[in-house]
Design a protein around this ligand. Structure first.
Ligand SMILES: [Zn+2]
Ligand SMILES: [Zn+2]
Length: 151
């Protein structure tokens, strides 16, 4: 799984006190909380939760667990909500084998009957090419060469 202890979303809280509550059925109170819980669900391959938190208008028919992508860091850049609509702008770092990428997305959320749903988003994916002496993109406080870039 992930190198860090605690919730994959990086909140510093244990999973059960953070995104795990929403995975277990407690409604996410804000678009940002839903976004974080969906990030954690991607990291943990909780495809049922991803589908359940996706708005029916845009929800895919099915999702396959993805064993090759490892989500390593989440950074929320901005989030806002107005009545029953929300927007969260975030950056998520993931890794496939030894290659790192950053997904940047502005996601849109809708609230219906008291529950937030992910609707859609505009995203870009960029390859990260950390230098040997750069901080490791996995978020651990080490240089890339002595962390994920080793060997
Ligand atoms: Zn979390
Ligand atoms: Zn690393």
């Amino acid at each position: 799984m992930l190198p860090s202890d605690g919730c994959p979303c990086g909140s510093g809280l244990p999973l059960a006190e953070c995104c795990g509550r929403h995975h277990a059925g407690e409604p996410a109170p804000t678009p940002q909380a839903l976004m974080r819980s969906r990030y954690s669900a991607f990291a943990l391959n909780l495809t049922d939760y991803l589908l359940a938190s996706w708005h029916p208008d845009t929800r895919p028919a099915s999702l396959l667990p993805d064993e090759t992508t490892r989500w390593v860091a989440l950074e929320i850049l901005e989030s806002s909500e107005e009545v029953d609509e929300g927007v969260v702008h975030f950056r998520a770092t993931f890794r496939e084998g030894r290659r790192f990428f950053v997904l940047e997305e502005r996601s849109r959320f809708l609230r219906e009957r008291g529950r937030w749903f992910y609707r859609d988003g505009d995203s870009t994916i960029a390859r990260l090419k950390p230098g040997r002496n750069d901080p490791c993109p996995c978020g651990r406080p080490r240089k890339f060469k002595s962390c994920c870039g080793r060997g």
